[in-house]
Design a protein around this ligand. Structure first.
Ligand SMILES: CC(C)(COP(=O)(O)OP(=O)(O)OC[C@H]1O[C@@H](n2cnc3c(N)ncnc32)[C@H](O)[C@@H]1OP(=O)(O)O)[C@@H](O)C(=O)NCCC(=O)NCCS
Length: 167
């Protein structure tokens, strides 16, 4: 298993991965429709990734496919450039093997090198596996965003969680 930065040549494989991931979970923000983009568009998005927005992927070299990702976004104003947030996901058949842990570690390494102090996220209250994962990795619950997600005809609350990276 290889954890690395995504490159434009990963565009088609990333679309395949992300489409499957969104079929497996409702807990990520984009809908399947919103994520259905062309290889050209995905290539363009990857080409614009920089020091403020980055995607790391987990590649299964045996099965020759992407099985996990973490997408990191740094804030860019003078007053909040010490903050970043992220989204993470691993395909069902690759979960519980420490892949999200490896992806998060790679993202944190990248962020620390850029002096990011605060890493934050929001997570739907019902997403117990993710909440347990974040707690295990030092994230603390900072409060509730009431009815911040609307899906499948229902409103859901999210927790705000954050971690001090010690920079
Ligand atoms: C959350 C997620 C990224 C974890 O990925 P993973 O590769 O399975 O995680 P790891 O193997 O690195 O870590 C395992 C830890 O995560 C937590 N965890 C993972 N699955 C769990 C489950 N079904 N129930 C409870 N805790 C779980 C536990 O803390 C576990 O540690 P433990 O084995 O010591 O109990 C994965 O479940 C996922 O992709 N979910 C769908 C997308 C999603 O919800 N993303 C987050 C949106 S905020």
């Amino acid at each position: 298993m290889q954890i690395r930065k995504i490159t434009p040549s990963d565009a088609a494989a990333f679309i395949e991965f992300f489409t499957l991931l969104l079929k497996q979970t409702d807990f990520l923000l984009p809908s399947a429709k919103e994520a259905a983009i062309s290889v050209e568009k995905q290539t363009e998005i990857i080409s614009t990734l920089d020091d403020f927005k980055q995607i790391f992927i987990a590649c299964d070299s045996v099965k020759n496919r992407i099985v996990g990702f973490v997408g990191v976004t740094r804030f860019n104003m003078e007053k909040n450039k010490h903050i970043a947030n992220f989204a993470i996901g691993v395909l069902k058949d690759s979960q519980k093997h420490g892949l999200a842990e490896k992806l998060l570690a790679e993202a944190e390494k990248w962020l620390k090198a850029k002096n990011v102090r605060r890493l934050e996220l929001t997570v739907i209250k019902e997403n117990i596996p993710a909440i347990r994962f974040y707690e295990k990795h030092g994230f603390k619950n900072e409060g509730l965003r009431r009815q911040s997600i609307f899906m499948n005809g229902k409103f859901y609350d999210e927790f705000y969680m954050a971690k001090d990276l010690g920079c």
